[in-house]
Design a binder for this molecule. Structure first.
Ligand code: FCB
Length: 487
């Protein structure tokens, strides 16, 4: 008699492992206006800084632009139908300031506004809850010409634009986000120069941080004055998980500086009404922070209902040594969109971003889901009363259509499964995470990388605009239907 074969194995005993999510957990997918809409000069839209940047020679891979992108402006209804097929509860999209207020300030463009009204109606008709991000990096060029984020008045114009949209859509859109990843706008746009407006001016990047935060604060207040009391207002940050390369004092200090410039420079003013002293000290040779006026920090420190978290990969940093300096140019490679150029760590030039072990995504980013749990637990412990939302998480892989016409993106399924599992780990440990938005619904214009990086759970053939649900989309639809991860 066999001692083993009579006994079912544990998987057969227990059936598939099911890890349920809390009831009411929100499952969504995210996009951004410039990355998908196209129709760059239709319906009264004027250029944004990303139109200018992408049309400047050498700024994007292969000179790609968002002129057509996913042509979502013309295909909105079919795209919403795809969302409904997936069973999405919510869709996070951004509005194009240049479409809604083509002159940057002043009158609203009814044709531009109408596009977003129709989108919201279409979503609601399919029981999909809209989540609006007001600023995903595409400042109207006309405002850039007047000084952009270096000009304090831009923050006031943002509040006007926020109020205009809230007035038009506030009865039907329950959740509003002021800014997406101001770190990228400020440091990649104004210090490293790899994002629009393409400046390489360290002092300017700190001014931009402050005016972006002011836009968030004034915008939040404007939204509150316009929206129903039940509406939720939030901001989305790309918060870094930074590790020192060793436990040497110098490397630990490099991690402190990097974390300060990535996270605390935004979190502290928003939640505490102060800028971190160590960041101020590190930047003393670059800026005297005189752009901070009396009352600004109180305006930024206005209550929000939700913190949006975008997470892709962790970072390891070291203090620069002569050897590192010789072989490494100090580029901050952790950022999703960093291509090359000067450090976006102004004032912290001793911080070197170290190569990390794989596995990697097609961006070269290390895949490490545990860091997402770590980040969420850290936020939960630091701000226990602030609910969290994963507003972006996902991965680029070199997807191809197979002979059967489909896209078998097992690597993306693995990425999503392990990261959604990491979110669940944090929930089980007590973190208040309300939802998860996959980045991205569609393959799209990946900023400086153009169309060379595919993040979608839906494949887009950029020649024909055909959409093909990848295997990851089908898998994600199952997760949504079950409100659970199953083994
Ligand atoms: C984030 C951006 C998003 C996309 C992903 C990959 O930084 O918010 O637009 O580019 O990275």
């Amino acid at each position: 008699m066999s001692m083993t074969t009579d006994f079912p194995r544990s998987a057969e005993l227990s059936g598939p492992i099911v890890r349920p999510f809390p009831t009411g957990f929100i499952w969504g997918a995210a996009t951004a206006s410039y990355q998908i809409e196209g129709a760059a000069s239709e319906g009264g839209r004027t250029p944004s800084i990303w139109d200018t940047f992408s049309h400047t020679a050498g700024m994007t891979r292969d000179g790609d632009t968002g002129d057509i992108a996913d042509d979502h402006y013309h295909r909105m209804a079919t795209d919403v139908a795809l969302m409904a097929d997936l069973g999405l509860h919510s869709y996070r999209f951004s509005t194009s300031w240049s479409r809604v207020v083509p002159t940057g300030s002043g009158p609203v463009n009814p044709v531009g506004l109408d596009f977003y009204k129709r989108l919201v109606d279409e979503l609601l008709a399919h029981q999909i809850t809209p989540l609006i991000t007001l600023y995903h990096w595409d400042l109207p060029q006309v405002l850039q010409d007047a000084g952009g984020w270096l000009h304090r008045d831009t923050a006031a114009r943002f509040a006007d634009y926020a109020a205009a949209l809230a007035g038009a859509l506030g009865d039907r859109v329950p959740t509003w986000t002021t800014l997406n990843e101001p770190w990228c706008s400020a440091f990649l746009g104004h210090a490293a120069g790899v994002h629009a407006p393409g400046l390489r001016d360290n002092a300017a990047s700190f001014t931009a941080v402050h005016h972006l935060l002011l836009a968030h604060g004034w915008g939040t207040t404007a939204l509150r004055q316009t929206l129903p009391a039940t509406a939720q207002v939030s901001i989305t940050l790309n918060l870094a998980v930074v590790r020192p390369n060793s436990d040497s004092d110098a490397d630990v200090d490099a991690a402190r500086a990097a974390e300060g410039l990535s996270n605390r420079i935004f979190l502290d003013p928003i939640f505490e009404g102060t800028y971190p002293q160590d960041v101020i000290a590190d930047s003393a040779a670059i800026t005297d922070w005189s752009f901070v006026h009396q009352g600004d920090l109180a305006a930024i420190n206005v209550a929000i209902d939700l913190l949006g978290v975008n997470y892709y990969t962790p970072a390891t940093v070291a203090a620069g040594t002569p050897e590192l300096r010789a072989g490494h140019n100090g580029v901050w490679v952790n950022d999703p969109n960093s291509v090359s150029g000067p450090t976006p760590f102004p004032g912290s030039d001793f911080v070197y971003s170290m190569p990390q072990d794989g596995p990697y995504t097609d961006m070269g980013w290390r895949i490490e889901p545990g860091s997402l749990t770590e980040l969420l637990m850290h936020l939960h412990e630091t701000y226990p009363t602030v609910p969290l939302m994963i507003t972006e998480n996902g991965a680029a892989f070199p997807d191809r259509r197979d002979d059967d016409g489909r896209v078998h993106d097992d690597d993306r399924v693995d990425y999503l499964r392990t990261h959604i599992g990491a979110v669940l780990d944090s929930i089980e440990a007590g973190a208040d995470v309300r939802g998860y938005f996959a980045w991205s619904l569609l393959d799209n214009f990946e900023w400086a990388w153009g169309y060379s990086k595919r993040f979608g759970i839906i494949y887009v053939d950029f020649q024909t605009q055909e959409r093909v649900l990848k295997d990851s989309a089908a898998w994600y639809g199952e997760v949504i239907a079950n409100n659970a991860l199953t083994d």
